[in-house]
Design a protein around this ligand. Sequence first.
Ligand SMILES: NC(=O)C1=CN([C@@H]2O[C@H](COP(=O)(O)OP(=O)(O)OC[C@H]3O[C@@H](n4cnc5c(N)ncnc54)[C@H](O)[C@@H]3O)[C@@H](O)[C@H]2O)C=CC1
Ligand SMILES: O=C(O)C1=N[C@H](C(=O)O)C[C@H](O)C1
Length: 248
Amino acid sequence: MSATRVAVIGAAGRMGATVCAAVDDADDLELVGRYDAGDDLGDLGGADVVVEFSVPDASPANVAHCVERGVHVVVGTTGWSEERLATLRDRLGDVPEVGVLVAPNFAIGAVLMMAFAQQAARFYESVEVVELHHPDKVDAPSGTAARTADLVGAAREAAGLGPVPDATTHDPDGARGARVHGVPVHSVRLRGLVAHQEVLLGGPGEMLTLRHDSFDRVSFMSGVLAAVRQVGDRPGLTVGLEHYLGLG
Ligand SMILES: NC(=O)C1=CN([C@@H]2O[C@H](COP(=O)(O)OP(=O)(O)OC[C@H]3O[C@@H](n4cnc5c(N)ncnc54)[C@H](O)[C@@H]3O)[C@@H](O)[C@H]2O)C=CC1
Ligand SMILES: O=C(O)C1=N[C@H](C(=O)O)C[C@H](O)C1
């Protein structure tokens, strides 16, 4: 069987460079293009699949370029709001054979953490998300934290839980963090870190802590490569790697 041809957008970045190395190392994949800011994406080097890890403001146009050329895309870039996803879904309506996966986190443990948090949400009165990342990250909260909060918030709503208890009335400096789908989210940026998250769930007399740590970007590679191998067989838009792992 011939190798799947893969191009990487954002190839000079932390994730893009790691993906290029992982694709180079895989016997069944061939790296046919590396693109970064300012490059003409052209025919994408004849790629069957593109892996996109760039910046939130550039990602939708990059993905549109691929989709218009009938190329499947695995997207790891954050910032895919509901509005952006809806536009992409519309665009995919014109090319029904093309598959796109948008996933906020490709580490298996992070995917499991989100699934466990969603499962646990209905049992706890209180929940907060703390995400901790390297200080070169440009977006906050992280895509993973936003998705976790969305999943947890929706599960709470479905279970008929009200707002998380919080007596705070005076918070001039925003110490209680952001609110995503009603869930408080706190972002830490610290030299030495890569990507980490805790979901804290509290009930009378107890707390459940779900924690995931990516110590190295290699943690994302098995998920990225699994997605590259499957995306061509999954037409349309999929959000979240869990759907490729039988967890969705
Ligand atoms: N889904 C996941 O598992 C993960 C997602 N990420 C996300 O991936 C994205 C990239 O993260 P990093 O690699 O750490 O960032 P980075 O800053 O190291 O790399 C981004 C790269 O994109 C390039 N770029 C900027 N504008 C571009 C354009 N218009 N077209 C093509 N390339 C462009 C930059 O020059 C840079 O080389 C972020 O949104 C981050 O949150 C990061 C790690 C894991
Ligand atoms: O920028 C990063 O590093 C990461 N970004 C993703 C996110 O925002 O969730 C995934 C992971 O946390 C690493």
